[in-house]
Design a protein around this ligand. Structure first.
Ligand code: 5RP
Length: 254
């Protein structure tokens, strides 16, 4: 029902969404303009998510960037590259690797460690980041953190091979008895099936509390389990992170 209180709530929500989206756009445009140098770069990796959509819009609008090759990290990004009539490349087609990759993040700390995989694309994102000379993050200001796990509280995304699901879930519960390890569902309320990644795998969201300076160790502990494809903790990878702020400015962390 359309009461004054409801209207005000909806209005505030729209305003917040617009502000957040503007922060994503600011960070994305600044990063594209600062980092992609058409005289120097030929192959660009593009991460996944709504912030990357802004980066793609900016790239598509700049004629001199349209002749470069773009490597995608998900079905979503692949479609956007094609829709914008940019040149799509794969890692196999680019044996000399990727000059630089720009990607979104769910949370970033001051060491530029990040939680990624909120959109479930962590494996391909890491694969392309690993093939890249330089790796950069873009996000709105809500993603700035002093300790990973305090802002993005849904948990560390872990991609697992389907047949390993229950076994990995049990092991993770033993490793983190205080935590919660949940299979990511497409829509938790209507008991729809689980989210299936672009690689045909499943996702466990591991809430284990604030990570502080243990993020790299937690990554190693989980990654070494057979059946785990990738873990959404990107430590020691990013060179810079761009954050679009509510006041219209952009912060660059190095
Ligand atoms: C997908 C990701 C995304 O980069 C991350 O979830 C951020 O998404 P958005 O830009 O929509 O906030 O890691 O796996």
């Amino acid at each position: 029902n359309f009461t004054r209180a409801n209207f005000s709530k909806i209005f505030k929500r729209c305003l917040t969404t617009a502000t957040v989206d503007n922060g994503k756009r600011l960070a994305a445009w600044k990063a594209v303009d600062d980092l992609i140098l058409p005289q120097q770069h030929r192959v660009i990796g593009l991460g996944s998510g709504s912030t990357i959509e802004h980066a793609l819009q900016r790239i598509a609008s700049r004629q001199e960037l349209r002749s470069l090759i773009y490597v995608s990290t998900s079905f979503q990004t692949r479609q956007l590259i094609l829709q914008n009539k940019l040149k799509l490349g794969t890692l196999e087609e680019c044996p000399n690797g990727v000059d630089l990759t720009i990607d979104g993040a769910d949370e970033v700390d001051q060491d530029l460690s990040a939680i990624k995989g909120g959109g479930g694309c962590l494996f391909q994102e890491r694969l392309v980041a690993q093939a890249s000379q330089d790796f950069y993050l873009i996000a709105d200001e809500r993603k700035k953190s002093t300790s990973l796990g305090t802002k993005y509280t849904r948990g560390i995304p872990v991609e697992v091979i389907p047949m390993a699901l229950s076994s990995i879930q049990r092991i993770l519960m033993t490793m983190h008895p205080e935590g919660s390890i949940q299979l990511r569902m497409a829509n938790p309320s209507d008991k729809a099936g689980p989210v299936v990644t672009d690689n045909g795998n499943l996702l466990l969201d591991c809430q284990v509390g604030p990570l502080g300076d243990t993020a790299a160790a937690v990554y190693q502990d989980i990654k070494r389990l057979t059946g785990v494809v990738e873990v959404g903790l990107f430590c020691g990878m990013a060179k810079k992170a761009y954050f679009g702020n509510n006041d219209g400015t952009v912060d660059i962390w190095t």
